[in-house]
Design a protein around this ligand. Structure first.
Ligand code: TXA
Ligand code: MG
Length: 322
């Protein structure tokens, strides 16, 4: 159900309903981060493992500080440079943050979203809000209000802010221990973070974690995935057995009825990616074949975006179909 506007969303959230909200990256599912029982309902509706901590969304740096046991000056540098924006800072948490938010861990991830409606919702509620992506655990993140409706129907009230500008989830960077490290790649890369704080920031450990304990629990190998079998290929030039939906960057290949042509440019590709995966999934195809995008762009900014696209695509195409 789409909300009439901000006031209805604030009232619903205060009454304990689950509200989806727009950010510049993807839509999130909101609940008062300081209210344990409301946060638990978010885990339930997403079928999210209790071991996967939530990001807490704040309206400003002061609110972020209130959640931290220790707010290092590097966090100020990142916030000054990138907030409001697509960077989540992981820091030592304060006692006011319920265990359920951090999956029992000693750290909390905080981010100030670059979307007026998101910050107005936080201010309207007067409390920081958890905001996991508004999809069932492991599925493709939503970048429109309609995606959220397709995911949860009338169980969630959606504050519609139009299509998300960035299209890929925030960079998650840990300042909780040294060396500082990117835990989840996003459009802001490790080199840009490192420049902002004047200290090295390690790249995300591995593109795909194939087993064992993940450094960030959201980094399990299969994630961001359509329900249809999904593969990455160098070129799509012929139809195989069964019905294929092709996601390409170049000219549309002939002989394949379902083709989604993606933008050439990294930022535009990122913005279009999750909608393309959802449309491919809805196409009725037996197989989604994705033409492998480049790994590097001309500038560092583009390379960071292609790297985070590669990360999401490798997770979307990691076979675990049993
Ligand atoms: O762009 C985004 O970050 C979106 C929008 C809605 O803000 N939210 C989002 O939330 O992607 P979610 O829950 O889908 O992904 C959060 C990621 C997970 O990989 C989680 O493991 C990691 O952030 N994370 C959260 N808190 C953490 C912590 N304390 N330590 C390490 N990783 C953490
Ligand atoms: Mg998610």
């Amino acid at each position: 159900m789409i909300a009439d506007g901000l006031d209805q969303a604030v009232a619903a959230l205060k009454a304990g309903q689950i509200v989806a909200f727009p950010t510049e990256t993807v839509y999130g599912l909101a609940a008062d981060a300081l209210d344990e029982s409301r946060v638990r309902r978010i885990f339930d509706i997403k079928a999210r493992p209790a071991t996967n901590p939530l990001i807490v969304h704040v309206a400003d740096v002061a609110m972020a500080r209130s959640l931290a046991a220790n707010w290092p000056h590097e966090a100020d540098r990142i916030a000054e440079t990138f907030w409001p924006g697509p960077v989540t800072i992981v820091i030592e948490r304060s006692d006011i943050v319920p265990d359920i938010v951090t999956a029992g861990g000693p750290t909390v991830g905080v981010r100030c979203p670059d979307h007026d409606l998101a910050r107005a919702l936080i201010r309207g509620c007067g409390s920081p809000l958890v905001g996991p992506s508004a999809n069932r655990s492991g599925h493709v993140s939503p970048t429109t209000a309609q995606h959220v409706e397709a995911e949860f129907g009338d169980n969630v009230l959606v504050l519609d802010g139009g299509p998300c500008r960035a299209g890929i989830e925030s960079t998650v960077v840990s300042l909780a221990s040294r060396p500082f490290r990117v835990l989840r790649p996003g459009v802001i890369g490790a080199p840009a973070l490192s420049r902002a704080i004047g200290e090295p920031v390690e790249e995300a450990a591995e593109t795909v974690v194939t087993g064992g304990a993940a450094p960030s629990p959201g980094l399990h190998a299969r994630h961001y995935a359509p329900r249809t079998r999904c593969i990455l290929v160098d070129r799509i030039d012929e139809a195989g057995p069964g019905r294929i939906c092709a996601i390409v960057r170049g000219p549309a290949p002939s002989g394949i009825p379902d083709v989604i042509v993606m933008p050439e440019n990294a930022a535009d590709y990122a913005r279009a990616l999750y909608d393309a995966l959802r449309r491919a999934d809805d196409s009725g195809a037996d197989l989604i074949a994705i033409e492998r995008p480049p790994l590097e762009g001309r500038q560092a900014e583009e390379t960071a975006i292609w790297a985070s696209i590669a990360d999401r695509l490798s997770r979307a195409t990691t076979a675990s179909y049993g």
